[in-house]
Design a protein around this ligand. Structure first.
Ligand code: TRP
Ligand code: ZN
Length: 887
């Protein structure tokens, strides 16, 4: 780790590379106590940078240089310059080869970036700037090269040696070693390089592409997990077919491989032809993975596969353009998931997540535009804004152009830029050119940070039969961007008008000859803008921002009866759910205020009535019913508060849950029993109707448990003991853990741990359930769990399962008024910073939200941030988050 202050890098300083690499030839010699990397780079001067031969500066970190040869001539130390992160040589002609040999230490690499070891196997993670920890290179995405990779290792311990592309040769070596050579004919940036060596098993399948090419598909795992790969394989084949059908995109190599590794900083990585996955994003079977885990596997397999076009064939010019591939690919995987499951439920879940977490990021000290204009450490910018808001931005283009226009645009984008490293502007330009539209103003979504507010008011003129909606948009101040300097966004608002019977009114805007449908999209492009609808015979009720057509905070002065009306009658399923959420927020905020004034809590019974109606409606999709019964979370209630009152939010929400549980207990019990009985009779299937049935059953159980009735306790124990799948078993465990039944709780936890102690991913769930328990004493429980033999800070999944769940989801315990939660997290961040900066920096996020809290908590949180800053030897990752949070 360097000691000088890390530097800020700016988009405006971008320059094309001085040199290019046409071919990369790598040989890896893997040993127990070190590895050797020999690289031969076939290079040339970049003609776009003019003539002359400037020094060649290669990136490299933590490398021990053994030899350098330039144009076949050995260099001595006076011929080159070495710094902790570069090697500089002086080329003497326009084209040349550069040979280097370096020694590295994957066996002690705890940062999980570059080449490292996980559970005895070698693997790589190069995005974003990890390749420079493997060899000296131009480690930037606009340098694209073909790769030939030879891996040499002990045959017995590492029978499987993998890299990108197609296998071109293999053979025995000396001393029980063997070698295998892979060749990737597609030019790619170094961040897509991958290598795996291990004793792995695989399942194999084939896929026949739209042009009848046969592709071999393999999923590699440790032997004990070979029975947990089928769901990922099914998801892969579905993804391949979907990308052909929806985007016309075909796979290009003869083989596609996925490898599961246990120690991984993120979900998965789209390395060309050799995706490397966190095992949590591959392994899934009924007995060990929940429905949510199954859906996550399906989505991540799809996401990484889709990157083959949106990311690999067309890649990013520089890391400021990260959302070019991530926003677009999240949009693509969301489209896939909606087509495979319930589209409305997928949208509800994505929006709830965006509003809770991305909106909070947008309102905090790390707020940045979808295309940031500066950063210190790019690893910090794999954010909800770049991914999820980036996907919303692509989604708005889709909404504005329609499905057909969007497809024309994506076809042109891939055709124009195949094999290139491009920018977000290039993406938008393809969309514009294919459709003959001007998206200049729309592009502000890429450069202006912060969540826009959109305040809507109405006026009805009964004599003229006109109805007007006035939209006022504004943008908040974010770091480096004053709100009043922000220019209006293009905000597509999908809307409809309902009459008194709940029927859609045909929509005709003033000046239009005829009505065009009853649900349509209008574009709000000015700071203030009024739209007037004609032929409106009665005062209507507007349904606004259907499907959440733009990532904004919309407000309209609905009263509670109107929200109940929308919950029942809106033709847009998403807005029916959202009306319920808005109603819940109003009711909860009233309870919060009562709590703050020290009053007895009295809940508006209209919420009970509304949710009772939903619960009684057998015609509704059960997953929708489950979503509608879920009250807005404490994190969301925090996000929408001016100053979040942790205790009042928790008390109000728990009170509302209690009220709903006791008022609706008969209906909940009926739903619970029906579904549990069905579950007993049906074999587990990972399909949306079954997900829906279990979702409703489980939320019913968690409400019912609040009644404390003995028959409910018995039902929870029955479900825990007899369930044939993790979805039911884990919910039963969770309701017991959150209950006052100490004996039953202790027993269930012990039985679960005994049964699953060999399965790390299941134990992660066991840790998470306990970390999330909001009963008093949370911190002590988490500290005790850190001593459990299955826990280790070295494994990112464990850190997320215990520490992440506690600090991110258990708000009442984490925000304990004495600051103990903050102190605990700060201590951990200091420790993590020493061996895994990326994980340290991510775990820091809850402390960066200090502005949301009362002044006493603010002081405590800032105090801990300052203590971390003073702890010395900060990684650039942690340094950047701290300096921005304390600015
Ligand atoms: N490109 C990966 C994805 O979104 C993200 C990723 C995987 C990553 N591993 C990483 C980013 C490590 C930064 C560091 O699919
Ligand atoms: Zn991605």
């Amino acid at each position: 780790m360097r000691t000088e202050q890390p530097k800020m890098i700016y988009l405006k300083d971008y320059q094309a590379p001085e040199y290019l690499i046409d071919e990369t030839h790598l040989t890896f010699e893997l040993f127990d106590d070190h590895s050797l990397v020999h690289a031969q780079l076939v290079m040339r001067r970049n003609p776009a940078r003019g003539s002359g031969l400037p020094p060649l500066v290669l990136d490299g970190q933590l490398l021990e240089l053994l030899s350098v040869k330039l144009a076949d001539v050995d260099l001595t130390s006076s011929d080159y310059e070495l710094t902790p992160d570069s090697l500089t040589v002086q080329p003497t002609s326009d084209t040349f080869t550069l040979d280097t040999s370096v020694k590295i230490h994957p066996e002690t690499n705890t940062a999980l970036e570059g080449l490292y070891k996980s559970s005895g196997m070698f693997c790589t993670q190069c995005e974003a700037e990890g390749f420079r920890k493997i060899t000296y290179y131009l480690d930037r995405p606009d340098v694209m090269s073909t790769f030939t990779t030879t891996v040499i290792a002990n045959q017995q311990d590492f029978p499987i040696l993998l890299s990108n592309g197609n296998l071109v040769g293999s053979g025995p070596g000396k001393d029980g070693r063997h070698w295998i050579t892979w060749q990737d004919p597609f030019k790619k940036p170094a961040y897509l390089f991958a290598l795996v060596a291990g004793d792995l098993w695989c399942i194999e399948d084939t896929f026949t592409t739209m042009t009848n090419r046969k592709v071999t598909l393999r999923i590699y795992v440790e032997q004990e997990n070979i029975d947990k790969c089928q769901h990922a394989m099914d998801s892969l084949k579905k993804s391949m077919r979907w990308d052909e059908e929806v985007y016309g995109r075909e796979y290009d190599l003869d083989i596609f491989m996925i490898v599961a590794v246990n120690d991984f900083n993120m979900g998965a990585m789209e390395n060309k032809g050799l995706n490397i996955f966190n095992s949590s994003a591959v392994l899934a079977r009924a007995e060990t993975a929940t429905d949510a885990a199954h859906q996550r596997v399906e989505a991540i397999v799809a996401h990484e596969y889709f990157h083959n076009w949106s990311g690999n064939r067309v890649t990013c010019r520089d890391w400021f353009q990260l959302s070019l591939k991530e926003g677009f690919t999240v949009f693509r995987d969301a489209g896939f998931s909606s087509d495979m499951n319930s589209a409305t439920v997928k949208r509800i879940q994505d929006v709830a997540y965006l509003r809770t977490h991305q909106f909070a990021e947008d309102a905090g000290p790390m707020a940045h535009a979808v295309r940031p204009d500066s950063f210190i450490e790019i690893s910090n910018f794999y954010t909800l804004t770049v991914y999820e808001k980036g996907s919303e931005v692509v989604g708005m283009i889709h909404t504005l152009l329609g499905a057909e226009g969007f497809r024309k645009g994506s076809d042109l984008y891939f055709e124009r830029h195949d094999g290139q490293a491009v920018t977000c502007d290039d993406f938008v330009k393809a969309m514009e050119d294919a459709n003959g539209v001007d998206l200049t103003q729309f592009k502000r979504w890429y450069s202006q940070a912060g969540t826009p507010r959109l305040a809507v008011t109405e006026s009805y003129d009964p004599s003229a039969n006109t109805y007007s909606l006035t939209f006022r948009q504004s943008a908040p101040t974010t770091p480096g961007q004053p709100g009043d300097e922000k220019k209006p966004f293009v905000i597509p608002v999908s809307l409809g008008l309902l009459d008194n019977a709940g029927k859609e009114i045909p929509l005709r805007l003033q000046g239009e000859a005829t009505a065009s449908g009853s649900s349509r999209v209008i574009s709000v492009t000015e700071a203030e803008q009024t739209f007037t609808f004609v032929d409106v015979a009665e005062q209507p009720l507007p349904s606004l921002l259907r499907g959440f057509s733009a990532p904004v905070k919309l407000s309209f002065p609905y009263n509670r009866d109107q929200l109940m009306f929308l919950m029942q009658h809106d033709t847009d399923g998403f807005n029916r759910w959202d009306a319920g959420q808005q109603l819940s927020v109003q009711v909860l905020q009233e309870l919060i205020a009562q709590h703050q004034k020290g009053k007895n809590l009295v809940m508006d019974q209209r919420l009970v009535t509304a949710l009772g109606t939903v619960l009684a409606d057998d015609s509704l999709d059960q997953a929708m019913v489950a979503e509608m019964l879920s009250l807005p979370g404490e994190a969301y209630l925090t996000e929408i508060s001016e100053v979040a009152d942790v205790d009042a939010i928790h008390a109000a929400r728990e009170f509302a849950r209690q009220q709903l549980a006791s008022s609706l207990s008969d209906a909940l019990w009926k739903r619970y029993q029906t579904n549990r009985e069905l579950s007993k009779k049906t074999a587990y299937v990972a399909e949306s109707e079954h997900f829906a049935r279990r979702a409703l059953q489980n939320i019913a159980l968690s409400y019912l448990m609040l009644t404390g009735k003995p028959e409910v306790l018995a039902a929870a124990i029955e479900q825990f003991d007899n369930a044939d799948n993790m979805t039911e078993r884990l919910t039963a465990l969770a309701v017991l853990v959150n209950s006052p039944f100490e004996d039953e709780k202790a027993k269930a936890l012990a039985v679960f741990a005994e049964n699953f102690k060999e399965n790390a991913l299941v134990m992660d769930q066991w840790f998470s359930v306990q970390a999330g328990s909001t009963l008093p004493g949370g911190l002590a429980r988490v500290k005790a769990l850190m001593e459990h033999p299955a826990f280790t800070l070295k494994n990112p999944n464990k850190v997320r399962a215990l520490i992440g769940a506690f600090a991110g989801q258990n708000l009442i315990n984490f925000h304990a008024a004495d600051g103990s939660g903050y102190r605990f997290l700060a201590d951990l961040v200091i420790e993590l910073n020493g061996f895994n900066p990326q994980i340290a920096s991510r775990q820091l996020a809850p402390l960066t939200r200090w502005r949301k809290y009362d002044s006493a908590r603010q002081a405590l949180m800032k105090g801990e941030l300052e203590r971390i800053r003073a702890s010395g030897h900060l990684s650039p990752d942690v340094y950047e988050v701290l300096s921005k949070s304390l600015a």
